[in-house]
Design a protein around this ligand. Structure first.
Ligand code: MG
Length: 377
């Protein structure tokens, strides 16, 4: 059903899929990967992304990205590239929409703190948590736990994974042990994430007053588009100038990605998704000069945006909230809602800690703030 005529032989194809963990009848009016996308959109974890932070905490302003709008932007970039390359669009869309489902509240500050809290209990990895959400934590269907997604969707969601965890994961963990690549749709989603991230951080960072035009012009990816836009529209106001530059930056990087990937696929001579997996390296790439610019911008944002003094305050607050919630639930599981408390009651050690981590990871920013305030009362 999803196999449109223009799909290439190396695209993921449902007829050659490794399938679902629990057998189900085929959907009548949509493809298997469309069904995956629909299940993701209907999941509870997906709806919560609207109140989860990307870089700016939700209440800092209504115009900033949240994980939901980020995921939609990733999906939009990923789908464009997938279609241009003759890949499986619904699968790409499903992976992009699900890629951040396992993120904690408060972005990376939340994730790093939860990882520290879980240090003696197997740690916390947000990619692995995204897989856990779709495999186990969503409780919506009568016949199976989780969303029972297709192998290729799950393979794409698990972007990174430690070797220790890979060993326990079975089928989707194998590629980390065998050093194989995921399908091209997963590779696209991975880079679409990085492209979306860079560009919306420029936008949000500028809006927040944490990045100036002069600073941004030191970045070649930004500067070359600035020069063009400024030459053509010398009196454009800053806000529109920034939008026009970002639009062109995305256009440039995505076009480069499509062209370079097309070249690499041809050079590798792959004919099937298994040959893509065995190719020895990812085939979805930007060209070296553009990748260089992309990475330089990412480094710049890391330095000037994420570690900005104004952000560090919120980071420290977020760390304290996550740590104190974890400590409070560890010493009294009864402080959690019954569905978590009951699960935790029959467990101990690492398994009990995992239930607490699941509960905290599922929180939105504002839910975590309220829960933390509730601890005092
Ligand atoms: Mg992301």
């Amino acid at each position: 059903m999803t196999t449109n005529a223009s799909m290439k032989s190396y695209a993921a194809n449902e007829s050659a899929s490794r399938g679902r963990r629990f057998d189900e009848p085929r959907p009548a009016f949509r493809g298997e990967f469309q069904r995956d996308r629909d299940r993701i959109i209907h999941s509870t974890a997906f709806r919560r992304l609207v109140y989860k932070t990307q870089v700016f905490v939700n209440h800092e302003g209504d115009l900033y990205r949240t994980r939901l709008t980020h995921s939609l932007e990733v999906s939009q970039i990923g789908r464009s590239a997938a279609v241009a390359l003759g890949l499986n669009e619904p699968l790409t869309e499903a992976i992009c929409l699900a890629h951040d489902l396992g993120h904690t509240p408060f972005g990376h500050a939340g994730q790093d703190t939860l990882n520290e809290c879980m240090r003696d209990h197997g740690g916390f990895e947000h990619n692995l948590q995204s897989l856990r959400v779709v495999d186990e934590l969503e409780a919506k269907y009568a016949d199976f736990p989780g969303l029972n997604l297709m192998f290729e969707t799950r393979e794409g969601i698990l972007k990174h994974c430690s070797v220790r965890n890979a060993r326990e994961l079975g089928d989707v963990g194998e590629r980390f042990l065998e050093r194989k690549q995921p399908g091209l749709e997963a590779q696209i989603a991975n880079l679409a994430d990085a492209i979306a991230y860079n560009n919306h951080d420029v936008d949000d960072g500028f809006r927040a007053g944490l990045l100036s035009l002069d600073q941004l012009r030191e970045q070649s990816l930004f500067a070359e588009q600035y020069d063009r836009v400024h030459a053509k529209y010398p009196s454009l106001e800053d806000r529109r100038l920034i939008y026009e530059i970002i639009r062109r930056m995305i256009g440039k990087v995505v076009t480069d990605l499509i062209e370079e990937t097309g070249r690499q696929i041809e050079a590798a001579g792959v004919r099937s998704i298994d040959e893509v997996r065995d190719a020895g390296q990812p085939l979805v790439n930007m060209s070296p000069p553009v990748y260089e610019q992309h990475v330089a911008l990412k480094r710049f944002l890391n330095k000037h945006l994420y570690s900005h003094e104004q952000k560090l305050d919120m980071t420290r607050r977020a760390q304290a909230i996550v740590r104190e919630l974890f400590e409070a639930y560890s010493s009294d599981i009864g402080r959690m809602p019954p569905e978590f408390a009951d699960r935790a009651a029959s467990l101990d050690g690492a398994e009990r800690a995992r239930v607490i981590a699941d509960y905290i990871a599922g929180m939105t920013d504002r839910y975590a703030i309220a829960a933390h305030e509730g601890l005092a009362g």
